[in-house]
Design a binder for this molecule. Structure first.
Ligand code: PEP
Ligand code: MN
Length: 339
């Protein structure tokens, strides 16, 4: 970290800042300039909190040289991380392109079983479905909660599929982790730090979605919580961000896929359903993400999207998913061989 002082800062100011740095177990290094002095803080192993300096009168600004994450960064861990889901599905690195699909929410036994049966026929091994739903309005369907988790556990046993579901609060994480293979932390909870810490203590892989207005740095810092807690199995999921544009539900930020892959060793997948909010835009954007370098996609599909209790307009019909899955397999293969 660099502490930049106002031009009028005195020797006494510098001395007192140096003392604070030393008290934190770090080393101050004066960097005199023509206009003003800066003090470099060295010797830190990770992120240094700038709070003790920010409010001092003589300090003009603090500049973080060290990123707020370390364990998730490529500098720290140059090789790609391959996350194992269940016993045999792998994602990240050169693993096959991963397709996760399922309804936004579990709505009942018939709906989830029909979907699972269809996905298995497509060769799709990971089912997504929400039991605890983070809905904007409290009047909207909130999910089947515990009952939904029970149904997911049934699906998993009946079809031998891996299941992923969202966890909204730390209190539920242990119970949910007993019944599912992969935990999802949704966009709205990307900075629920208690939840991130709890996910760090879990043995289950975690799909961490990017927050609605989160910067890449904030997203990676959230992933850092999980790794720091002792769980290295994190998959990042870009799901679109909020911008001035309202023509699509969110704005698909595909550029961050290659960017994040350069900054971090973690696998990165894309969710074109929430990124666009429109089923007609899902196939082209899913395919685009393959070319951008995504390790996989997460798609919403429903046996009867018109009757879905949540996210119907962005959910694919079975026949649309079947067509898209065929194209994904072909394009992923082509990209792997040619790029
Ligand atoms: C979801 O996956 O259904 C969901 C709620 O996603 P997000 O957290 O990205 O909005
Ligand atoms: Mn949804």
């Amino acid at each position: 970290m660099l502490i930049v002082l106002h031009h009028w800062a005195t020797e006494k100011d510098v001395e007192s800042i140096n003392k604070t740095i030393l008290k934190l177990g770090l080393k101050p290094m004066a960097i005199p300039g023509a206009e003003r002095t800066a003090i470099g803080v060295i010797g830190n192993q990770g992120w240094v909190d700038d709070a003790p300096f920010r409010l001092l009168k003589a300090v003009m600004e603090t500049i973080h040289v060290t990123k707020p994450y370390k364990l998730v960064s490529r500098d720290f861990h140059p090789a790609d991380t391959v996350v194992t889901l269940g016993k045999k599905v792998r994602t990240g690195g050169r693993s096959p392109f991963l397709v996760i699909a399922g309804p936004c929410a579990i709505e009942g036994r018939d709906q989830i079983f029909r979907t699972a049966e269809f996905l298995v026929k497509q060769g799709i091994q990971v089912l997504r479905a929400g039991a605890f739903k983070p809905r904007t309005s409290p009047h909207s369907f909130q999910g089947m909660r515990e009952e939904g988790i029970r149904l997911l556990d049934e699906v998993r046993k009946e079809f031998g599929m891996l299941v992923v579901t969202e966890v909204m609060s730390p209190e539920h994480l242990g119970m949910i982790a007993e019944h599912v293979d992969i935990l999802q932390i949704g966009a709205r909870n990307m900075q629920n730090f208690d939840l991130l810490n709890e996910a760090g203590r879990s043995k289950r892989p975690v799909i961490l979605k990017r927050g609605l207005s989160a910067t890449v740095e904030e997203w990676l810092a959230s992933a850092e919580y999980i790794l720091l807690g002792g769980n290295p199995n994190v998959v990042l999921c870009e799901r679109g961000i909020r911008t001035f544009e309202t023509a699509t539900r969110n704005t698909s930020d595909l550029a961050i896929i290659p960017l994040v892959k350069s900054l971090s060793h973690l696998p990165v997948i894309f969710d074109p359903s929430h990124a666009t909010g429109r089923r007609d835009l899902v196939p082209p954007m899913a395919l685009a993400s393959i070319v951008a370098g995504a390790h996989g996609v997460m798609l919403e599909v429903h046996p009867e999207p018109e009757r879905a209790l949540s996210d119907g307009p962005q959910s694919l019909h079975f026949r649309e998913l079947e067509k898209l899955n065929g194209r994904i397999i072909k394009l992923a293969d082509f990209v792997k061989k040619s790029l």
